[in-house]
Design a protein around this ligand. Structure first.
Ligand SMILES: [Zn+2]
Length: 395
């Protein structure tokens, strides 16, 4: 196969998405280590030659079946220059490299990956934003119909976007048989198994291996803070709820973190920076994890809350930091008890909660097991699976 043939073979875009053309390439100005591309709307996007060579989507550089890269940038010299650059009749950028390699770039793809300041700001603004909530959510709960979500991909997408952006949703009209929950979870992806099983039963047990399986008041917490990766989504499906008490309580951990950041920044930073031990021990398992209560992502945005007072180990911090750690911890828990953040709702048979377990803290008020049966079925699905499903549905 010669170089010309391979450029004709080229997969125009090395991934599964499509890239609408919002502006055309109008001019190319080669500089010493980068190509300045000028767009029809006046934007100028420099692309370094190494970057362009690295992102060549031709059949030699990318395996067309997997759409994954074969080429590694270290296989060409660091001081790389095109012999010739031009815009073809379809508006693609063509580059002939000094070593005889040819690259062709789709303008929509290039624009979507441009890293000039304006393009990067545009992408930052398009990142999904968490919608923070407080007690008012009790009246504005995002509710979805089970049958619609099972049958219609658009209804499924609307539900999943609410899980992603709001982190608390309710499904209604859910049949009260035990096979329903796994089928629903599989509309997203596979279930995350844990030591509590693929599906777990939330009902009071005499030989409980967690306070969840008692009738006590459970304080606000995330599930499995004892693991390196806390489960992303939690499902709680109510099969029967005839007991007195036992209401579900939720708070938006991101909203509390944001309020703490505003009201007491030093306490917020203490919770971001101090690793806390969470542990869960039973006869056959012994989990523990050291991690801060508030985690930030690479952009400095709150991305995760980890909290479970009944699963927490003894604090271990430098002597002079211990009082500050207690101040921050007390304040966070006190905030979870403030009415402004709390949503309290009873879940009836045929209803189901689905929430972001790495964001939304949940609790249950005490119930009287003698007053009637109470049986919830639960399972987890990781956040990656949610986001992947959303991306596929949006293609
Ligand atoms: Zn190539």
């Amino acid at each position: 196969m010669n170089a010309v043939d391979s450029s004709l073979d080229a997969a125009p875009i090395a991934d599964w998405r499509s890239y609408p053309i919002s502006a055309d390439l109008v001019n190319l100005v080669p500089a010493s280590d980068a190509l300045d591309t000028h767009w029809s709307d006046g934007r100028v996007s420099p692309f370094h030659y190494q970057w362009l060579r690295d992102n060549c989507a031709c059949g030699q550089c990318v395996y067309s079946v997997t759409r994954e890269q074969l080429f590694e940038i270290v296989d060409v010299p660091e001081q790389l220059h095109p012999q010739r650059t031009r815009i073809d009749e379809q508006g693609h950028l063509l580059i002939d490299w000094q070593d005889g390699h040819h690259s062709r770039f789709h303008p929509g793809w290039l624009r979507a990956h441009a890293y000039d300041e304006v393009s990067r700001a545009e992408r930052r603004a398009q990142r999904p934003q968490s919608q923070l909530w407080g007690a008012e959510m009790s009246e504005q709960l995002p509710q979805f119909d089970y049958q619609a979500v099972m049958a219609d991909d658009d209804a499924l997408l609307q539900w999943l976007l609410a899980v992603r952006d709001i982190g608390l949703t309710q499904l209604r009209g859910v049949p009260t048989t035990e096979d329903v929950l796994p089928a629903l979870a599989k509309r997203i992806s596979f279930i995350r198994e844990s030591n509590f099983g693929v599906l777990f039963d939330v009902q009071s047990k005499a030989d409980a291996d967690s306070n969840a399986y008692t009738s006590f008041n459970l304080p606000l917490h995330t599930d499995l803070p004892t693991r390196e990766l806390q489960p992303g989504l939690q499902f709680l499906h109510c099969l029967v709820n005839d007991a007195t008490g036992g209401e579900s309580v939720f708070v938006d951990g991101f909203a509390i973190a944001e309020a703490l950041h505003q009201e007491a920044p030093e306490l917020f930073h203490t919770l971001c920076e101090t690793p806390i031990e969470f542990r869960n021990r039973s006869r056959n398992s012994d989990y523990h994890r050291l991690a801060p209560i508030i985690a930030l992502d690479a952009y400095g945005v709150v991305s995760e809350i980890r909290m479970g007072n009944f699963l927490r180990g003894a604090f271990d911090a430098p002597v002079e930091r211990m009082p500050a750690l207690y101040s921050a911890y007390r304040r966070f828990i006190a905030m979870t008890r403030e009415p402004r953040f709390r949503v309290q709702r009873r879940l009836d048979a045929g209803q189901l909660w689905c929430f972001d377990n790495r964001r939304t803290l949940h609790a249950r008020t005490e119930f009287d097991p003698a007053s009637g049966a109470r049986h919830f079925k639960g399972c987890y699905v990781d956040r990656d699976e949610l986001l992947s499903r959303i991306h596929v549905l949006q293609r």
